[in-house]
Design a protein around this ligand. Structure first.
Ligand SMILES: [Fe+2]
Length: 269
């Protein structure tokens, strides 16, 4: 059994004052850390699926590292479209992992350490140059590297910033997915078979539970602000003053359970 907390899209600014559409990103992440720390159990690990900061800035990563430090268990990060891999890996304290792609520009790895002994847990990097975004793309070498590590003997879970599959909301489906999501999904599903226990993402600033060809895709919202996701939306509205969201994922021998939290924020904004 593995107990995982899934968080995303904290969007830290260079100091504590950054407002995202009227909401204080830092204060809301502090509330997130407080809520996770108050849980009546200790998770084995925490995964942050990206957009740690709002703009790549060393001060913002330092602030993020300071605010998230009390979490006290191994934390893993995926690259969001707002992140910089070099700054993020220098500033943030990661749990043990093995990089699957050489160099320091792409953050694709398999989680390691005792907490990940019972599963094969992977993080993909879907970031593309800003002028090509905000949708993403996962390179072939990452997909091949992950597929080659799937042994067929342990449960598998994959984390990345971007959802893989259309969610039925026009603007999001056109702009916020990885453009090769179908291919990634099918290749993971074929290789891991029934061992594939879920694909987990952020980016939508919206909680998501989606089954595609029998595989769970689960997304967690942002503490900073939520996005609308109506069927005909030609843009997403920013919904401020929302709850503090995180997901508690439990992997057992037989099940993947996702328990979603949406806690009231008690600060000013
Ligand atoms: Fe974001």
């Amino acid at each position: 059994m593995l107990e995982v907390i899934h968080i995303s899209d904290t969007h830290f600014g260079p100091d504590r004052s950054l407002l995202i559409r009227g909401s204080n990103a830092c204060a809301r992440s502090e509330a997130l850390v407080e809520a996770i720390s108050a849980l009546p159990f200790t998770p084995d690990l925490i995964v942050h699926t990206g957009d740690v900061v709002n703009d790549p800035d060393e001060g913002a990563y330092q602030l993020a590292a300071e605010v998230l430090a009390p979490l006290g268990v191994p934390v893993y990060y995926a690259t969001g479209n707002h992140d910089d891999v070099g700054m993020m890996t220098s500033a943030m304290k990661f749990g043990p992992y093995e990089s699957l792609i050489p160099g320091d520009e792409v953050l694709c790895y398999q989680m390691g350490g005792a907490a990940a002994d019972s599963m094969e847990l992977f993080v993909l990097d879907g970031k593309v140059p800003p002028e090509d975004g905000p949708h993403g793309f996962v390179s072939e070498d990452q997909i091949e590297a992950v597929l080659s590590r799937i042994s067929g003997e342990k449960p598998v879970a994959v984390f990345l910033h971007y959802p893989l599959t259309p969610i039925g909301s026009a603007w999001i489906d056109e702009h916020l997915l990885v453009t090769n999501g179908d291919s990634i999904h099918e290749r993971l599903r074929k290789k891991a078979g029934e061992h594939l226990r879920g694909i987990f993402s952020g980016h939508l600033h919206r909680g998501l539970q989606l089954f595609h060809h029998g595989v769970l895709q689960s997304g967690v919202s942002s503490p900073a602000c939520e996005f609308s996701a109506g069927p005909g939306d030609d843009f997403c509205d920013f919904l401020t003053g929302g709850p503090i969201p995180f997901n508690h994922i439990t992997f057992t021998e037989e099940s993947t359970m996702v328990k979603s939290y949406a806690l009231p924020f008690k600060g000013d904004c």
